[in-house]
Design a protein around this ligand. Structure first.
Ligand SMILES: [Zn+2]
Length: 74
């Protein structure tokens, strides 16, 4: 019994934060958000998933025009 109360307390103690990219409500912890020195809560505005998605797109763009050409040809 005591355990479930403890679980409840720790659950409600978690602050939630919505990602500015996907709008998902996620716990405002380092598990879901990367750390940042520039925000008040010390976490970035976008969730980890959105940050890695953006990084992947940036990587794709850097390899750039070559892929664009292939897309045009196929
Ligand atoms: Zn997100």
């Amino acid at each position: 019994m005591k355990n479930s109360i403890d679980d409840f307390v720790s659950f409600t103690a978690i602050r939630m934060k919505s990602c500015t990219q996907c709008g998902e409500m996620l716990p405002a912890t380092n598990e879901y958000f990367y750390k940042s020195k520039h925000t008040r809560d010390g976490l970035r505005w976008e969730c980890k998933e959105c940050v890695s998605k953006k990084d992947r797109e940036r990587y794709k763009k850097r390899r750039g025009n070559y892929h664009h050409l292939i897309n045009l040809l196929t």
